[in-house]
Design a protein around this ligand. Structure first.
Ligand code: NAD
Length: 486
């Protein structure tokens, strides 16, 4: 663990084994902290926030610090990428993109925090009234295993830019890059105790973090069921919460779409990250006139995707994160078959000779002939499993896309500009991509509608998430209220 500016152990003798998803082999061990360890880390963060100069540093000083962090992450970029591939299995090219985005994120918030803070309000003349934003306090940042470094940076950069102190809790399966990041923060000159990294299980460590009365804000990314638990636990202390949860995003392809662009992005939407991406385009909706031809080309292209070890530079799709997760995805596939869906391609564990024989690989999978009530269409599978459905017209497409408990993202492929505007407005999605997919810019707010979450990451919105707004009224005259005449 990294607490108070030092790497420390725990009294708990138990440790957790970490596995390389490509080989199934254990590659290391991490401490298994106890709630008392978490409590001690929160106390450190509380004290630093309440008693040190950190929250009061000038924006310029914090911006310089963020720029130093960005440079250090960039310098260690290849190490970060390789460790990310080791612990998640994702292909190196994906890990490298994640690292680039992390660097951008620190640089972006270094710039943003230099912008004016607050507003002068147009109230009656005898009062000078203004607003300003200040840090919230101790932030609990809870991160999933699919983008362990990237999501940590999406949360840390705005939280630090605005002067908060943090407890970062990586997923118990993927704590390695978060711990390396702690070292980088230290070397960049972040004062001890501003960021503390406590790995450990969701329950009890994540839960203890959310329940701790000294934690003022929780920013959580993970599954919707966990998000619900967190919202309930946070209610007890009225702790501020933002939730980035699951999705079941639709990609709509109209007949007039650029064919190559649409086929390519339909594949990218679902198979990037082996489908273990919250915004994965896991429901493909095709205009009925192109359905058969599109599906047949998609099948051929999906069968050509090179699955394998993320460290092999030619690999296009890595393994799933864990054996348990792979089994869960395979169960969804069985259920799809039982419910009467037509398996177009894939559907099995992908097998390789040693050393990859025990890896958690899956074939890129496509189901057609599905109906909207099937579990593979309704539930987030979080694997390389695509369902394909035809639609007859624009209205039908929008209705099908919105027929989901989730509202994270959507994709629209068409050349008709007027239709783009009509459809985008009616889609229930926090993020909509038109003739593209999966790009996430640090400048643009990220988050979902409906059961995909509450609040937004990135953009100016994240500055708002990590600050409280204050209002001040200063009378410019010594006037009486007039309510209690002498
Ligand atoms: P998860 O919900 O199981 O775990 C996420 C994190 O929460 C982990 O660090 C875990 O230890 C912790 N946790 C678990 N139970 C907790 C509790 N009771 N209290 C506090 N913390 C707890 O999710 P996962 O399996 O790691 O990640 C996959 C999920 O994350 C998917 O549903 C995916 O859609 C979602 N996700 C969403 C986004 C987004 O931006 N919307 C991005 C990435 C992933």
């Amino acid at each position: 663990m990294y607490v108070g500016g030092r790497f420390v152990g725990t009294d708990n003798a138990e440790t957790r084994e970490l596995f390389d998803p490509a080989t199934g082999r254990a590659f290391g061990r991490v401490v298994e902290p106890q709630p008392s360890d978490l409590r001690a880390a929160v106390r450190v963060a509380r004290k630093v926030f309440d008693e040190s100069e950190w929250p009061w540093l000038s924006a310029r000083e914090r911006a310089n610090l963020l720029l130093r962090i960005a440079t250090k992450v960039e310098e260690l970029g290849e190490t970060f990428a390789r460790l990310e591939t080791l612990q998640t299995g994702k292909p190196l090219r994906e890990s490298r993109l994640d690292v680039e985005d992390c660097v951008q994120c620190f640089r972006y918030y270094a710039g943003l925090i230099m912008q004016p803070n607050g507003m002068l309000l147009s109230v009656p003349e005898s009062v000078h009234s203004y607003t300003f934003r200040q840090p919230i306090g101790v932030c609990g940042l809870i991160v999933p295993w699919n983008f362990p470094l990237l999501i940590a940076c999406w949360k840390l950069a705005p939280a630090l830019a605005t002067g908060n102190t943090c407890i970062l809790k990586p997923s118990e399966w993927t704590p390695v890059t978060a711990l390396l990041l702690a070292k980088v923060l230290d070397e960049a000159g972040l004062p001890p105790g501003v960021v503390n990294v406590v790995p450990g299980a969701g329950d009890p460590i994540g839960r203890a973090l959310v329940e701790d009365p000294d934690v003022n804000r929780v920013s959580f990314t993970g599954g919707t069921a966990t998000g619900l638990n967190i919202l309930q636990a946070a209610a007890l202390n009225i702790t501020r919460v933002s939730l980035e949860l699951g999705g079941k995003s639709a990609v709509i392809v109209f007949e007039d779409a650029d064919w190559e662009c649409a086929v390519d992005h339909a594949l990218f939407a679902i198979y990037y990250g082996a489908g273990q991406v919250c915004a994965a385009g896991s429901r493909l909706l095709l205009e009925s006139t192109i359905h058969d031809r599109f599906l047949s080309e998609l099948k051929t292209r999906a069968e050509h995707i090179r699955v394998g070890d993320g460290f092999d530079e030619s690999v296009e799709m890595g393994p799933l994160v864990s054996e348990a997760h792979m089994r869960r995805v395979l169960q969804f596939i069985d259920k799809g078959r039982e419910e009467g869906a037509q398996l177009v391609t894939g559907g099995k564990r992908a097998t390789f000779p040693p050393p990859l024989a025990q890896g958690y690989f899956m074939q890129p999978t496509i189901f057609a002939g599905v109906t909207s009530d099937m579990s593979i269409v309704r539930e987030e599978i979080f694997g390389p499993v695509l369902t394909v459905q035809p639609f007859v017209n624009e209205e039908d497409a929008v209705r099908m896309a919105n027929d989901s408990q989730y509202g994270l993202a959507a994709g629209v492929f068409t050349r008709d500009v007027a239709r783009v505007h009509r459809v985008v407005r009616r889609l229930q999605a926090g993020i909509t991509w038109v003739n593209t997919y999966h790009t996430a810019y640090v400048e643009a707010p990220w988050g979902g509608l409906k059961r995909s979450g509450v609040g937004r990451e990135l953009g100016i919105e994240a500055v708002h998430e990590y600050t409280e707004i204050r209002q001040v009224q200063i009378s410019t005259v010594y006037a009486k209220s007039g309510f209690y005449p002498a």
